[in-house]
Design a protein around this ligand. Structure first.
Ligand SMILES: [Zn+2]
Length: 267
């Protein structure tokens, strides 16, 4: 089964062009000014029982986003919990990845629930595709065609989605591309370490001692948008309001090689 994905990858990347830019933030479907964000700076998460990544590797992946002095974001690991817990979760799927509706070439995905009128995140889940790919805690040199993915690199990327970041549009496919580049190589450990572009996105949303900020600067004057960050939403536009939370899934894709293109992701 794991070998079957390669053919899909080769067919899937055609026609995708990289855009110029920098870090990107996810926004509410209500307004592009409503950056998705956690309302609190202390965010709990737990690991689903049976998840094979070493617990310290999971903790380090989240902690990467909490050590910069420009932010006061903190993650609180809550240990292991049974599947189905209502906590924010990190886990894996070993069977039925596509049946769950996930992109068949995604290495991992992060699903978030948010309130569309505010962009406030309420719950998130990171899911690793353990059906189609092999993961290890990469503590050695790796290469020569090995098809193993580093838990730390993949989970650090997904933790970026967990806090509201989208894929950056710079550096994808370069050796030192940012953690939030949309693809990951086998044997890549570099995404464990945030690049300046990742830190810029993190600290834009969660500046130390200040309320969460929108990534897209509000216009000075706009007829349909009030000028209050995270309080704004489109006014006077007809249509039914969302009755509840909105669901969003983002993931990191597979980069087969630098010469054969890359995979466009579900987002
Ligand atoms: Zn991703």
């Amino acid at each position: 089964m794991k070998g079957a994905v390669a053919g899909l990858v080769l067919l899937a990347f055609a026609g995708w062009a990289q855009e110029a830019g920098a870090y990107q933030c996810k926004h509410s479907e209500d307004s592009e000014y409503l950056t998705l964000h956690w309302p609190e700076r202390r965010i709990e998460y737990a690991v689903e029982q049976g998840f094979e990544a070493p617990y310290p590797v999971v903790q380090a992946a989240f902690a990467s986003w909490a050590v910069e002095p420009c932010t006061d974001l903190i993650f609180l690991p809550m240990g292991e919990v049974a599947p189905g817990s209502e906590l924010n979760l990190v886990g894996a799927i070993r069977e039925g990845w596509q049946d769950a509706g996930y992109d068949p070439v995604a290495v991992a995905v992060t699903s978030t629930f948010y309130e569309p009128s505010t962009g406030q995140l309420r719950r998130a889940r990171i899911t690793v595709n353990d059906e189609d790919y092999d993961f290890i805690d990469l503590t050695r040199e790796c290469g020569g065609g090995e098809q193993v993915y580093d838990y730390g690199a993949v989970l650090t990327h997904e933790a970026g989605h967990f806090i509201g970041l989208d894929h950056t549009s710079v550096g994808a496919g370069d050796k030192n591309d940012p953690t939030m580049a949309p693809t990951v190589d086998p044997c890549d450990r570099e995404k464990r370490t945030l690049a300046p572009d990742d830190v810029a996105g993190l600290c834009r949303i969660y500046p130390t001692g200040e309320p969460a900020q929108t990534c897209l600067s509000l216009p000075i004057q706009a007829r349909y948008v009030s000028s209050q960050a995270f309080g704004c939403r489109a006014n006077g536009v007809p249509g039914p309001a969302w009755p509840g939370l909105v669901f969003l899934t983002l993931g990191i894709g597979l980069l087969r090689s630098r010469t054969c293109g890359r995979v466009r992701e579900r987002g």
